[in-house]
Design a protein around this ligand. Structure first.
Ligand code: ZN
Length: 435
């Protein structure tokens, strides 16, 4: 008996529930691995599995749960046929939809709007997750794609993601969707487009995780997030130019904050941005785009008039590229001499590709500084050029601490690439040295 027919034989003796469970599990692997923004993952487990045996085919086709992840590229009739097949086989189950806008205008003007209106919008009552990739360099086509969703309600929608991949510097059309209500929406991510809110308040009341990337609007975002997101715990924000400090964020529930800022030569710029947030429950802060002198300035502050961080335990500072701060400083670097008063609970400090890392390490660990009583770990990411120097700074500081019999936090050093556009807390860390 061949291996194939042996496995087919084994499959035919499995109970129905187990077959479905196997199929669902292999489908989940596929979903996690796929890059939904660019690739079609249409040929997924449900197709492969339906060819294993006649019985398996019947099981797979008859299991609505296996047809609930649906993708649509809007190119060609085949795409529409496959979509309809999924909609039929998923029956009344909740569905996850990935919609990719065509890169250029379709053959007939308005065809995209027509397809979205006639095929997708009627399913809105059972959409649980919706991801849309805008790919055209054309706001009219973006409007055709998103417009039909504006005034409808999405009663079961939990996860909404809109990303724009049309051009390197351009921004997609403002996102205005589900203005009649999305009462279960907990996750909203808008990447390189702006959010346009409906006239009625509390449209975002159920959102706990919000990402507004690449289209910061200083007049709208702080007020909207403050007033409309009473349950927010996670916020990712791209602050694309110097915002005014008249509009601040007040979010008493916020636990996690990721801010990406533009390059700015002011030594107090990072402090200025941090001062825009009144987030007393914050536990973790990631700041992408900082420079070492700005980090030192922030850590030296004794207080901020309207912001305090009593329970903040982890801060990451990330410098995205290379800079001239160390060789051609615009402003002098001010050394740290005491633990950061503004962050009394700080126990994990992460410095990724940060300029002045050598000085920061000496100031934090070195013999002249006062000990930081709660500091448990320091994680350092350095590019090849500064890896040895940073390692030597840690070595010296740790030696000196040990000689004086003082406690030393755990220090870990790893190598990073010089461009850190998208570094976040989930990025892989391969520690090369530790103390
Ligand atoms: Zn720098």
């Amino acid at each position: 008996m061949s291996a194939m027919s042996a496995s087919t034989c084994a499959i035919s003796s499995l109970p129905y529930e187990l077959l479905v469970a196997v199929a669902v599990a292999s489908q989940e692997d596929c979903v996690v691995d796929s890059n939904w923004e660019t690739e079609s993952t249409t040929f997924k487990a449900e197709w492969t599995l339906s060819h294993v045996s006649r019985r398996f085919r019947d099981v797979v086709v008859g299991a609505p749960a296996l047809w609930t992840l649906i993708e649509m590229d809007f190119t060609g009739e085949g795409s529409v046929e496959i979509l309809n097949l999924y909609l039929e086989r998923s029956r009344t189950s909740k569905i996850s939809l990935i919609l990719r806008e065509p890169e250029s205008c379709m053959t007939v003007d308005g065809l995209l709007r027509e397809r979205v209106t006639e095929i997708i919008v009627p399913q809105v009552n059972r959409i649980q997750r919706l991801k849309i990739v805008l790919r055209a360099k054309d706001w009219d086509l973006d409007q055709e794609m998103l417009g039909p969703f504006r005034d409808v309600a999405a009663p079961h929608l939990e996860h909404l993601e809109i990303v724009y991949r049309g051009g390197e510097f351009a921004v997609g059309v403002p996102v205005a969707m589900f203005w009649s209500g999305a009462p279960r929406l907990t996750f909203l991510k808008i990447d390189r487009s702006t959010l346009q809110l409906p006239p009625q308040p509390l449209w975002m009341a159920s959102i706990t995780h919000l990402e507004l990337l690449g289209g910061y609007d200083p007049d709208i975002y702080p007020a909207a997030v403050t007033a409309q997101c009473p349950s927010l715990t996670h916020l990712h924000l791209d602050v694309t130019y110097v915002p005014t400090d008249a509009n601040r964020f007040h979010i008493p529930t916020l636990k996690f904050l990721y801010i990406s800022i533009q390059d700015n030569e002011r030594a107090d710029y990072v402090s200025y941005i941090v001062a825009l947030f009144d987030v007393p429950a914050l536990a973790e802060l990631i700041l992408n785009g900082s420079h070492g002198d700005q980090v030192a300035f922030l850590l030296c502050l004794k207080s901020l008039p309207q912001s305090s961080f009593p329970v903040l335990t982890s801060i990451s500072f990330i410098c995205r590229g290379s800079c001239l701060c160390e060789t051609q400083p615009v402003l002098p670097y001010h050394p740290l001499s005491s633990p950061p008063v503004l962050f009394p609970a700080l126990s994990h400090l992460i410095l990724i590709n940060q300029c002045h890392a050598y000085a920061l390490i000496k100031d934090i660990l070195g013999p002249v500084s006062h000990p930081w009583p709660l500091l448990k770990t320091i994680t350092l990411g350095a590019v090849d050029d500064s890896f040895e120097e940073v390692g030597a700074a840690v070595e010296d500081a740790v030696d000196s601490k040990c000689q004086h019999g003082e406690p030393v936090p755990e220090v870990r050093l790893f190598r990073v690439l010089s461009s850190l556009e998208d570094w976040d807390e989930n990025s892989p860390v391969d520690v090369e040295r530790s103390w």
